[in-house]
Design a binder for this molecule. Structure first.
Ligand SMILES: [Zn+2]
Length: 107
């Protein structure tokens, strides 16, 4: 199972395989890199927060599967904390920070 987000329906879809299009509205889906097991272990409030994050284009980019991030859960927890306490630019900063170091040709 893979977790996808449909902007059109603004909801999370858990689908069997890497799907490109929403089964409901047939618009392009964004596949999220959060593991299925991790998503299902979230409680209702966390899921709602997660879904709301997906509605933000910038955050959605960062949550989508083409960014490979192995310490996902750790930074996402931080992201959520930041989300609860700070303004949205603080969140953006967090994300930019988290995606920076890996794979770059820096020494
Ligand atoms: Zn849809």
């Amino acid at each position: 199972m893979y977790v996808h987000y449909c902007k059109r329906c603004s909801r999370i879809h858990m689908l069997n395989g890497h799907k490109m299009y929403c089964p409901k509205c047939e618009q392009p889906l964004t596949e999220l890199r959060i593991p299925y097991m991790e998503y299902v272990s979230m409680d209702r409030e966390e899921r709602e927060l997660f879904r709301r994050d997906c509605q933000n284009e910038t955050v959605l980019e960062q949550l989508s599967a083409h960014y490979r991030m192995y310490k996902y859960s750790k930074w996402y927890k931080k992201l959520q904390e930041a989300n609860r306490t700070a303004q949205s630019d603080a969140v953006t900063f967090y994300i930019a920070d988290a995606s920076a170091p890996r794979g770059a040709s820096t020494p």
